[in-house]
Design a protein around this ligand. Structure first.
Ligand SMILES: Cc1cc2nc3c(=O)[nH]c(=O)nc-3n(C[C@H](O)[C@H](O)[C@H](O)COP(=O)(O)OP(=O)(O)OC[C@H]3O[C@@H](n4cnc5c(N)ncnc54)[C@H](O)[C@@H]3O)c2cc1C
Length: 489
């Protein structure tokens, strides 16, 4: 590398990604006593919440909207105390703003929907915590190309810095340990919609919920039109809310056609002890996974399962589901009565352009073929492409000894170490959605990222990298957190 003119930077631990997963690990390790110079974070975004904020905003969760995690899951507070509901109450500017979150969290989910924080509250908290732990100098910007094992143990991580910021095109980071938290490998499209977009080069009428598509709402506000929504998960529900909000507050005359491939019309599950409610096409579940899977008896059970058993239970508990929120129930029921929200069930056979600047969807239904002409189609079915579509992950699979678990993601130990990638004393860890299928199902959530970070920190502590976070330090660090005292460099 020296001969090739590639500078080599030494850092005991490198975290690849720089998003919420990297941030949460840095937070846990800094709170545990790791010096800021012991970890380098490599990522493309300016702020750890930027990618999340982007995906949330385009999929209709702007800062003022509420997320889908509970009151204790704040990426800026690993203790979960005080809860986000209490923090929202004490930050409120009115009496009703003070009472509402407390009332909701005390009566959830019986009398009210589950309390969930606003997106903006999460970003503000992370900004404060990033300043407190000295996050900003830990980050080097750029795109990571590869993570490779070194002959002498540990790893090399190769980064391409942004153009004009470095005299060389590549920088190598030599570290004992590496952590990969690269988020979603890529956006996934429904094959028929992808085929349409490619064949007709139409990226404006057929859009994915995870790409910018504000023009859709703007045009539908300007003139009456029809939109097909495909997907019945949380993102589909958000899109429906946005369309009905525009109908209610901006006079949009939009006919919404909601297309279901599998229509859920009642509770799902074989046992009365293990089932979830469903109806009107939706599987209802407050969070991605039941709470017991993130920190209760299902979590404990899963730790003892093999890969295939885990895959089966993840399929039953996960899959497409959405919370049964009172607002959404009211909006959709009004839409059905007033006729601006209609549902169809079937298999899409073809999508093609009509002569009049609209798109036709041919659907095979139980009653025969149906053709629906729409101004727009929104694909709200999913985000997660195969892990091999991510260059760094593909390289790990091809060259670094990483393997797949039964779900097809990275195979990890309970400590979140990626199996097969150990290099001398060095360990490669991963967290986030790329590890789904291991012993812990809630990996793709704030809580799951914190859980993974704690497991990784414990494993690093066993190797003497950092002190184990014990009760005395945890309490004293919580006080520092509460008083917003900076963590020592
Ligand atoms: C729309 C949406 C809403 C969600 N809502 C919630 C919620 O309400 N509650 C909850 O608990 N969870 C939620 N999640 C799930 C999860 O908590 C977030 O996706 C979270 O951001 C995952 O953190 P991460 O670090 O894995 O990925 P990210 O935060 O996306 O960070 C990954 C980072 O890696 C970078 N990266 C990727 N490849 C490279 C490379 N080669 N080189 C350099 N950098 C790279 C990316 O640019 C990105 O910045 C939501 C997810 C989405 C998409």
């Amino acid at each position: 590398m020296a001969a090739a003119g590639i500078p080599v930077i030494d850092a005991p631990l490198v975290s690849v990604g720089g998003g919420i997963g990297s941030f949460v690990l840095a937070d846990v390790l800094r709170v545990s006593g790791m010096g800021a110079s012991s970890m380098k974070v490599l990522g493309q975004a300016d702020r750890p919440w930027d990618t999340y904020n982007y995906l949330a905003s385009v999929s209709q969760i702007p800062e003022a909207e509420r997320l889908r995690s509970d009151s204790m899951a704040g990426p800026d507070n690993l203790w979960g105390f005080p809860s986000l509901a209490v923090r929202e109450a004490f930050g409120a500017k009115s009496l009703s703003g003070f009472i509402a979150p407390l009332f909701q969290v005390l009566t959830e989910p019986i009398f009210t929907d589950f309390y969930t924080p606003k997106a903006g509250q999460i970003y503000e908290g992370m900004q404060r915590e990033a300043d407190r732990i000295g996050w900003w100098p830990m980050v080097d910007r750029g795109q990571v190309r590869t993570i490779r094992r070194r002959e002498g143990g540990g790893y090399y991580t190769i980064l391409t810095p942004p153009a004009g910021t470095s005299p060389t095109k590549r920088i190598a980071y030599r570290s004992q340990h590496v952590h990969a938290a690269v988020g979603y490998p890529g956006v996934k499209f429904l094959p028929d919609l992808q085929a349409y977009r490619e064949k007709h080069q139409d990226f404006s009428r057929v859009v994915n919920a995870y790409e910018p598509h504000e023009h859709v709402y703007q045009e539908l506000r300007r003139k009456p039109g029809t939109i097909i929504v495909r997907g019945s998960g949380i993102v589909g529900a958000r899109i429906l809310q946005r369309l009905i909000d525009d109908h209610d507050h901006h006079g949009a005359q939009t006919t919404i056609i909601h297309l279901f491939r599998n229509y859920v019309d009642g509770p799902q599950g074989d046992s009365i002890f293990f089932r979830r409610p469903g109806g009107d096409g939706f599987n209802y579940q407050a969070f991605n996974f039941p709470k017991a899977a993130c920190g209760g008896q299902i979590k404990t059970k899963m730790e003892g399962m093999n890969g295939e058993e885990r895959k089966a239970i993840i399929r039953v508990m996960g899959g497409t589901n959405t919370p049964k929120r009172k607002l959404w129930q009211e909006q959709l029921s009004r839409g059905r009565t007033e006729g601006f929200y209609k549902t169809h069930i079937g298999q899409v056979e073809e999508v093609y352009p009509s002569g009049s600047n609209t798109v036709v969807t041919r659907i095979r239904t139980a009653e025969g073929m149906l053709e629906v002409d729409a101004n727009f189609i929104v694909d709200a079915t999913g985000l997660e492409a195969d892990i091999s579509e991510h260059r760094v992950l593909k390289d790990l699979l091809d060259h670094a000894g990483a393997g797949r678990n039964a779900v097809g993601r990275l195979d990890t130990e309970n400590s979140f170490e990626v199996r097969g990638t150990r290099s001398g004393e060095g360990r490669l860890y991963a967290s986030g959605s790329i590890t789904l299928g291991g012993h812990y199902p809630c990996v793709d959530s704030f809580l799951g990222l914190q859980y993974a970070a704690l497991q990784i920190a414990d494993d690093l502590a066993r190797q003497g990298f950092v002190k184990k976070l014990g009760p005395a330090r945890s309490i004293s660090q919580w006080w520092k957190w509460a008083l917003n005292k900076k963590v020592a460099a």
